[in-house]
Every structure is written in structure tokens, then in C-alpha cells.
Design a protein around this ligand. Sequence first.
Ligand code: IPD
Ligand code: CA
Ligand code: CA
Length: 258
Amino acid sequence: MDLKPYLDAAIDAAYLARGIHLYYREKGFALESKSGPTDLVTQADREAEEAIRGLLLARFPGHVVLGEESGQQGESGFRWIVDPLDGTVNYAHGFPFYAVSIGLEAQGEMVVGVVLDTAHDELFTAIKGQGAFLNGRPIQVSATGHLIKSLLATGFPYDVSKDPENLTYFQRALQKNLMVRRPGAAALDLAYVAAGRLEGFWEVKLNPWDVAAGWLLVTEAGGQVSGLNGEAYALGSRYLVATNGKIHQQLLGVIHGK
Ligand code: IPD
Ligand code: CA
Ligand code: CA
């Protein structure tokens, strides 16, 4: 199957979303909360999703889109999984770490992934079996094999006070003096693992749209993505651990309190 037209469409859709992110950052936007006061949504989230959906379905009328803001209508062997703005809290504050994430699942397998950091115009792309790229140049996970020398990232769900499991893992990592960041955009955290800027990332309770594209980026860049016991990651799983592969077992060990 020639996947290039799908990658091209995902890139075009991501740049449409970028225009909308930039427009509302400039013009200003209303903030609304979703599940709670820290779970925010803006016009940029909604309009970016509409624009992405419109472009993808115009080019591929038989496909379906699963988007964070408007869900999924219908079924198809080709499903686009879209986070129109990952890192909305960062976006709302002008903290420049947010992205648009678009992944394509074909017959249940991720085959195309695009994460565009819209503030810095960094485009991360991958096609299944063809490697990962940043602005057209090949990228690879880092070569570091020592956890103590690694830069790691994690994140927390909006209802972390009700679902505090990851606080335990975060604390275990810090108690080992590991260098851990909480950047606030999971899709971009995964892209950074793919690009070798982070050695590893883990989070509990991510949604498919946070992960779809970044998961493919990491594996295509030579990294490893698993659940908490090293089992193969499946979209929608509660646990995700993504690393350069070399520190994977060490990081799982720390998460498990070893
Ligand atoms: C959130 C970000 C954040 C992660 C949360 C996600 P959103 O996505 O990816 O880094 O910790 O779990 O919900 O709401 O900004 O699209
Ligand atoms: Ca998200
Ligand atoms: Ca989002």
C-alpha cells in the first residue's frame, strides 16, 4: 500500500491546524473548561479539529475520524486519530509547548503519524516501516544506556487528585534523583523521545489521540513503547512507557519500586 498520500494529507491538515493555533494566539480566545477547571478547551481546539476532519474526509470519503473534541462517526478500516491541540493548558498560557497530533490506523495498525509543534514549526513524521523524520531529516532515539544520565518526562491526568497512581511512580523516580520533566503535551513528549531529546516518557491514563502519532514516531525512530510490565502497547491502554529501548527495563524497574 502506498502510504505517502496519507502522510501528505496529514501534513496538510496539521498545517491547517497550525494556522488556527497561531490565529487565536494572536487574536485572543475564550477559555471554557470541560471535565473540571484545569481541563480547558478553546476555539482553537474546536476549529482546528473541524478543519482537520474536513480536509481528511474530503480527500478520503471512506475513512473515519476519531477526534478529541467531536468523537467518531461511523466505522471504517481506515481511522484517523486526531488531537487538534495537545497541550491546551500550555497554549492558553502562551507556554510554547503544544502540538497537533494526527495518526492513521489502517486495519487496526498505526501506519502514519504526524506531530507538528505549531509554536516552533517542528514537523515530526513517520510512515510504518520507513523511519521517523523531523522537518524531513531522519531522526533516531538517543544512544544513552544509563538511566541516571537520562532526561525523562511524564504527565498527569486532569483528575490526578482522584486518580493519583502516577504520583507514586513520579516520586519513585525523583527519590532515585532521576531527571524528570512534566512538559504538558504527551504527543510532543513522544516526538521528543523519537528525536533523542528525551530518553524516556511514561504516563498513566492517556487517550488514543494523545498517543496515536507519537507511538509510531518512537517505534520508527528505533525506540520501544510498552505497558507497565514490558508488554506490547495497545492504543487506549491505561499505561504507556516509551523509551530509547536501552533504558526501558531500568525505567520499568524504578516505576515498580525496585
Ligand atoms: C493533555 C496533555 C498532557 C497530559 C494529559 C493530556 P490536552 O492533553 O497531553 O501532557 O498529561 O494527560 O490530557 O488535554 O492538552 O489535549
Ligand atoms: Ca491531548
Ligand atoms: Ca487536546
